[in-house]
Design a protein around this ligand. Structure first.
Ligand SMILES: Cc1cc2nc3c(=O)[nH]c(=O)nc-3n(C[C@H](O)[C@H](O)[C@H](O)COP(=O)(O)OP(=O)(O)OC[C@H]3O[C@@H](n4cnc5c(N)ncnc54)[C@H](O)[C@@H]3O)c2cc1C
Length: 407
């Protein structure tokens, strides 16, 4: 078939999801389960990488991991995608947060809220793999290995993607932070560059992490140590997310492994002893971005396409999965009322339910970020006092834990 022939063939779906990342893939499976005919567009073709056994050294873990809340686990479970992930998760039962510039410390424990754990850490590739296996086996879904190029809205959405021509009642932009969908729909964003980058890597430490997630707030930015275990069950592995300003990031990034390990152990106050081994490093620019509107005619945004947030609280994909949960509820409601998925009422209800919640979380993270990087001695004193007081107030701590767990 020539390119012209492909272009002339218009395929009709109820919903087209642009982007088959964690959020887009979950959206597509959920929408198809409701009986919608769904197309997923992603240049990668949503091919599941072979999901072998857990890592056996620092080089064999996926560099990208996520702390998933209970609410995210429930969503994945409802889509039939959680069980295959379970053998690869590391629960964390406590969380220790402390200030490098004083004595402030908060310690959260699952037992304080009568839960078995506070959440879990998992490599992103394990979750994607499970979602993609489900995508392939779900009727009503077609994966199209192409990038969105252009779109037109006229009572429905018509899109062109590398020779594919698709129309649908609803277009869902799940194409990440630099969303082409958002640009083509001219949806404005409010954004600010933190001037920081996050260095991520897998490390092996001298001491066991004992299923505790740790975060030390340095003036240059937070350092998170997220617990992992290897296939033998050794709990001396962590994924690090070290947020630092760009100049410091360049310095750290250019260090050889031994010097980096030394700097890292120092920045973590040797809380797990020496850093014994380190895998490859990667860095990600940190930009907070929020779309002023999540919806346009017959279109909406989910996940990082709608909002990106500082990784300090590990909430990015968790917020995205909550977008999915709410959107699926609204699509189910639309179906029962015989509304088309792209009808304005459906879109407005979705935006009304998600935007305030996402904004509140982003504002909270922003104030955390500012509070912890301030060099003002009054702010520093207040911060340390505040942490210690919250630590002593069990009802407040319980409320924070339940919020962070998405309960
Ligand atoms: C260092 C770091 C640590 C983090 N840690 C956590 C954590 O602990 N917990 C947490 O909840 N979140 C965390 N996050 C955030 C989390 O990784 C993101 O929120 C999440 O990956 C977003 O998923 P998404 O599916 O919305 O977008 P993405 O993962 O960016 O997926 C977008 C998809 O769209 C596709 N695409 C792009 N352009 C097009 C196009 N034109 N046409 C078709 N397809 C397209 C891409 O191929 C990709 O598959 C972290 C982020 C960073 C940077």
């Amino acid at each position: 078939m020539s390119a012209a022939d492909v272009l002339s063939e218009t395929r009709v779906f109820d919903i087209v999801v642009v982007g088959g990342g964690l959020v887009g893939a979950a959206t597509a499976i959920g929408a198809a389960r409701l009986g919608y005919r769904v197309a997923v567009l992603d240049p990668t073709g949503c091919q599941a990488k072979k999901s072998g056994p857990l890592g056996s050294d620092v080089k064999s873990f996926d560099l990208r991991v996520s702390a998933l809340t209970r609410a995210s686990q429930r969503l994945l479970d409802s889509l039939g995608c959680w069980e295959p992930v379970v053998p690869f998760i590391q629960h964390y039962v406590q969380m220790d947060v402390w200030d490098a510039e004083g004595s402030g410390r908060i310690h959260f424990s699952a037992s304080e809220v009568f839960e078995d754990d506070l959440g879990c850490i998992v490599e992103n590739s394990r979750v994607l793999s499970s979602l993609y296996s489900e995508l392939v086996h779900t009727d009503n879904i077609e994966v199209i290995p192409a990038s969105l190029e252009s779109l037109q809205v006229n009572g429905s959405v018509s899109i062109v993607a590398e020779g594919h021509h698709i129309t649908a009642s609803l277009l869902i932009g799940a194409d990440g932070a630099l969303s082409r969908t958002r640009q083509l729909l001219s949806l404005p964003t409010r954004e600010w560059d933190y001037g920081q980058e996050a260095i991520v890597a897998t490390i092996q430490t001298e001491q066991s992490h004992e299923s505790v997630a740790r975060q030390r707030f340095l003036q240059s930015g937070p350092l998170a140590l997220l617990p992992l275990h290897d296939r033998e069950g050794s709990d001396k592995y962590c994924s690090i997310v070290w947020s630092v300003d760009q100049e410091r990031c360049r310095e750290l990034y250019d260090l050889d492994d031994d010097s980096f390990k030394e700097q890292l152990a120092q920045a973590s106050e040797w809380v797990l002893g020496k850093v014994v081994n380190i895998g490859p490093r990667a860095k990600f620019p940190l930009i907070q971005r929020h779309a002023k509107h999540y919806i346009a005619s017959n279109s909406l945004l989910v996940g990082d396409a709608a909002h990106t947030i500082h990784p300090l609280a590990g909430q990015g994909v968790n917020l995205g999965f909550q977008d999915v949960r709410v959107l699926l509820e609204e699509l189910e409601r639309a179906k029962s009322r015989r509304l088309k998925p792209g009808e304005t009422e459906v879109l407005k209800r979705y935006q009304r339910r998600r935007q305030p919640e996402n904004l509140a979380m982003m504002a909270a993270m922003e104030s955390f970020k500012r509070g912890f990087t301030s060099t003002n001695p009054v702010v520093s004193w207040l911060r340390n006092e505040g942490m210690n007081r919250v630590n002593a107030l069990l009802p407040v701590k319980k409320a924070i834990i339940r919020q962070a767990m998405g309960l």
